[in-house]
Write a protein that binds this ligand. Structure first.
Ligand code: RP5
Length: 188
């Protein structure tokens, strides 16, 4: 008998359920949490594995309805079947973040995740950090279909990004490439 599943805020409704296959996935997936917080979207994070804790994963998926979950984000590395397993058990949109768990640099997880056979969609984003951010933004875009306030926040977010690039380009034109790079410091 597996231990009973614990949730962070079992009485509260949550819009987005984030499931990671291992706690080793959490450092990258904090980006997803930060982005959802920025948009004020209710979310929670569970470490549940398709192969290490299959029964607890099923129990959690079964709770989506009563918890008000509308979008699921699943992140896993290596032979990443977590998102596909979740998608097989719910008709909620499942967004998958393939992660680099060592070995093949995340290509293993990307291919395992993205190559779902027809019938059970898994919406797969980029490997790693970019994917972790985009998974949150994609979840917000889905939720924004029925929430005008969220749609306005998304539009404002895009404007901020554009303004940021414009500011950088203005500085580049003023300083020249060498000085700009020197001031900016080490590359990402
Ligand atoms: C996957 O295996 C997890 O999602 C993780 O990315 C990878 C390695 O897990 P650990 O061995 O670090 O727990 O299931």
């Amino acid at each position: 008998m597996p231990p009973k599943l614990k949730t962070q805020n079992s009485k509260l409704k949550t819009d987005v359920a984030i499931i990671v296959g291992s706690d080793s996935d959490l450092p990258v997936m904090t980006r997803t949490v930060e982005a959802l917080k920025e948009f004020g979207v209710a979310h929670e994070v569970q470490v549940l594995s398709a192969h290490r804790t299959p029964q607890q994963l099923e129990e959690y998926i079964a709770s989506f309805g009563r918890r008000g979950v509308k979008v699921v984000i699943a992140a896993a590395g290596a032979a990443a079947h977590l998102a596909g397993k979740i998608a097989s058990a719910t008709t909620l949109p499942v967004i998958a973040v393939p992660l680099d768990a060592g070995g093949l640099g995340g290509l293993d997880a990307l291919l395992s995740t993205v190559q779902m056979p027809g019938g059970i969609p898994v919406l797969t984003v980029a490997i790693g950090k970019a994917g972790a951010t985009n998974a949150a933004l994609a979840a917000v875009e889905i939720l924004a279909l029925g929430r005008p306030q969220l749609a306005r926040k998304l539009a404002a977010h895009r404007k901020r990004m554009a303004a940021d690039v414009t500011r950088k380009n203005t500085a580049l034109q003023r300083l020249g490439v060498e000085e700009y790079v020197r001031k900016k410091g080490s590359p990402r």
